[in-house]
Design a binder for this molecule. Structure first.
Ligand SMILES: [Zn+2]
Ligand SMILES: [Zn+2]
Length: 441
């Protein structure tokens, strides 16, 4: 029987060598682009196609999907060839029923051997891929001279919504939220925004084989750094993920989506055995060694929590995404009536008594007018919150990505003015990437 083969490969020289060695029992056609492949395929109707993964105009996986997904052609053999075989391409090809993966360079002789085995149904099992996951990742940690034994809270990302960089963001930094909470024995992380990448590479993990990360919610600015978290790719680490129960998917499903091949080169199933998922719920207390965490809903789209951290005898609130006093645009304390305040009474009592409240104030009063309902607060409304809860130390974080260093320095003055207007004595500090809050009993 004459076997018809269509080989699609941009390398002309390789194709001509194959043609010159092929015997009479093979009828081989060649093409060098995706468009000519399709034209030839539907008229030539080959028994086997051999397609370069990076075929000009049309990716090899797309061709594979098209052929195997069409009941008329699904019995056509499909082999993919590549100079740059990567494990994720290999896995995708296998999922889509590829018949074989051929690593290039491959001699015409070897290729003809594989073709012959295919038609005589003696093709060996698809070779185990040579590339190991560890070779794909080139993460090299370095140890920063951080005080291992001290107790502190360190901000690794203080930007909200979206990471930023550039000369106008040097002072406050541009990473999205990630917080390190440390006592002499214990370590707890909150959120995995882009800042967790630096965190993962900068501190020693020797004494922390098991790591817990709390998530206020799973919006991208709190999640996008997670795939780049160094210990995630080290076999000796186990990572517990604590997140609020979501509306659409379980936390595990949300994280699995984050590791789809379309977004990241490491497969979720490769790290899944070392990940442990736990639900966080409102109005609960959780213990992580000597660190105690209490939760409360935040006023933000989706299922979002804020935290109180009990550590070294101190009580510190961490509220990154919270729209307090929805729609209120006045700073007059007396004009805030009960009905506006009612939805927040439980939240106000939650943070009352805190030594420090870390709370966003993403917008100025003017900006808030056009951002009502976006899930973030105006600085004036958070100033009112500080007075209602009688807080004496407010650290502002989750800065708007549009706010440059110069703007934030001006905004700092607006915070002070707002607190003076409502006659509330409260220290205001602006968090920045790398800020350390030292905790002594
Ligand atoms: Zn956020
Ligand atoms: Zn959010």
């Amino acid at each position: 029987m004459l076997h018809k083969i269509l080989i699609a490969d941009p390398a002309q020289e390789w194709l001509s060598h194959i043609l010159s060695e092929a015997g009479n029992e093979l009828e081989i056609r060649t093409c060098t682009t995706g468009v000519t492949f399709l034209e030839t395929f539907y008229t030539f109707l080959p028994h086997l196609v051999i397609v370069d993964l990076m075929l000009p105009e049309m990716h090899g996986i797309e061709i594979l999907k098209r052929i195997k997904g069409d009941s008329k052609y699904q019995h056509t053999g499909v082999m993919l060839t590549s100079f740059h075989s990567m494990i994720q391409n290999y896995n995708s090809a296998m999922e889509l029923q590829a018949d074989y993966m051929i690593d290039k360079p491959c001699t015409p002789h070897k290729l003809l051997g594989i073709i012959s085995a295919f038609f005589s149904h003696t093709l060996p099992p698809i070779p185990i891929h040579k590339i190991q996951r560890e070779q794909i990742l080139h993460l090299h940690p370095h140890k920063a001279p951080l005080p291992e034994k001290a107790s502190y809270i360190r901000f690794w990302g203080t930007r909200g919504s979206n990471p930023v960089s550039g000369p106008e963001y040097v002072r406050f930094g541009g990473n999205t939220p990630s917080l390190e909470i440390r006592t002499e024995q214990d370590l707890l992380l909150i959120d995995a925004g882009s800042g967790i990448r630096d965190l993962g590479q900068s501190i020693s993990w020797d004494n922390h084989q098991e790591i817990s990360i709390l998530f206020s919610h799973t919006h991208l600015d709190h999640l996008s750094g997670f795939p780049f978290f160094y210990p995630l790719h080290q076999a000796e680490h186990k990572i517990s993920i604590w997140a609020p129960v979501g509306f659409e998917k379980t936390t595990e499903e949300t994280f699995a989506d984050l590791f789809a091949y379309a977004y990241f080169p490491v497969a979720f199933q490769d790290i899944q055995p070392r990940l442990f998922f736990h639900d966080l719920r409102d109005s609960r207390t959780y213990h992580f060694g000597s660190i105690q965490i209490c939760t409360h809903y935040a006023y933000h789209p989706g299922s979002t929590l804020c935290f109180i951290i009990h550590i070294q005898g101190k009580k510190i609130a961490y509220v990154t995404d919270n729209e307090f006093l929805f729609g209120n645009q006045t700073l007059q304390f007396s004009k805030i009536d009960g009905s506006l305040l009612d939805p927040y009474r439980s939240f106000i009592s939650f943070i009352s008594g805190c030594d420090i409240v870390i709370h966003e104030a993403q917008y100025t009063q003017e900006e808030y007018a056009s951002k009502i309902g976006w899930g973030h607060s105006s600085l004036t409304n958070v100033a009112l919150l500080m007075k209602y809860a009688n807080i004496k130390h407010w650290i502002v974080t989750h800065h708007d990505p549009k706010h440059t260093d110069t703007f934030l320095l001006e905004k700092e003055k607006l915070h002070i003015e707002a607190l003076e207007t409502i006659e509330h004595d409260c220290l205001v500090e602006f968090a920045y990437d790398g800020m350390i809050l030292s905790l002594r009993q």
